[in-house]
Design a binder for this molecule. Structure first.
Ligand code: THG
Length: 263
């Protein structure tokens, strides 16, 4: 499982304060704690911070890169902010994200190819998030076709079938799993599959339990990456265990520590 730590996001009050007060220690500590807990990459999202998004994003990228050379996952819906961040990134980078409309794909897929970045593409277009499996599969097919057209290898493409909170959209968790199952079959080799896992439990009680149960189900459907809370030990252990049970990782008596120390 490719774990993208979610904590460097202005949605969290501690991170927001770090960005607004230009407090490098807060951000660098969050970066290192997530990597120590098993994150492979770090999501970088300015969220609802004061100031210009482009300045905040540039500062975040530079601040994190002073502390680590882990891959960054630049999380912004704004193309100019994305381009500015990619210019500063020294290491392999993930573009998070593009929508599945033709115009957006024609902008973002060439940007990924030109900058040798991976690309997360959401199954969202002008009409929003599809309500069912079929809508997601149709958009996933559009994304794969565009990636092939522009020469982006499937190993660099991550399809995100967009999970919504279970308390307001109770049919969506199952629809997302159905979409991953079907989309795995449309291309050989298949692309990667990613989710913003914590979305599923937003504004719910028992967040860790919901996230943990869902990650096990999603890994079973074919999920191989997630923007997730790497600092939640139970969640990380369940994700690793799900992979052991599908023989994506080898079992040994100490498989959790073996997995984490192999990072
Ligand atoms: N897909 C992709 N990227 C994404 C998402 C996605 N990036 C952003 C988001 N969705 C995933 N990251 C988060 C980060 C935080 C929360 C949810 C998803 C979250 N935050 C607390 C809340 O809203 O309750 C913040 C409050 C706090 O603790 O301070 O839940 O879907 N590709």
């Amino acid at each position: 499982m490719f774990v993208i730590g979610e904590r460097i996001n202005g949605m969290f009050s501690e991170t927001r304060r770090g960005i607004e007060e230009r407090d490098k220690k807060i951000i660098q500590n969050l970066a290192l704690r997530q990597l120590r807990a098993g994150a492979d990459a770090l999501d970088v999202n300015v969220g609802p911070t004061k100031g210009k998004a482009i300045d905040n994003m540039r500062w975040l990228v530079e601040t994190i890169q002073e502390a680590t050379d882990a891959p960054l996952c630049i999380d912004t819906p704004k193309f100019d902010v994305m381009r500015a961040a990619l210019e500063l990134c020294d290491n392999p980078t993930i573009i998070n994200s593009t929508k599945a409309s033709q115009d957006a794909l024609d902008q973002y897929v060439p940007l990924a190819v030109k900058t040798s970045s991976s690309l997360i593409a959401l199954t969202i277009d002008e009409s929003g998030v599809p309500k069912d499996v079929d809508g997601r599969v149709a958009m996933g097919a559009t994304i794969v076709t565009k990636a092939m057209e522009h020469g982006l290898p499937m190993s660099d493409l991550y399809i995100d079938p967009v999970i919504l909170p279970v308390n307001v959209a109770p049919k969506q968790p199952a629809a997302v799993l159905g979409a991953i199952n079907q989309l795995k079959l449309i291309s050989d080799p298949p692309p990667n599959f990613v989710l913003g896992l914590s979305n599923v439990s937003q504004n719910c009680k028992e967040r860790s339990l919901l996230n943990s149960a869902y990650v096990a189900m999603a890994v079973g459907a074919g999920l191989n990456a997630a923007v997730m809370d790497a600092l939640d030990e139970q969640l990380m252990s369940v994700a690793i265990t799900a992979e052991v049970l599908l023989e994506k990782q080898l079992y040994c008596d100490d498989y959790i520590s073996a997995y984490l120390s192999n990072k």
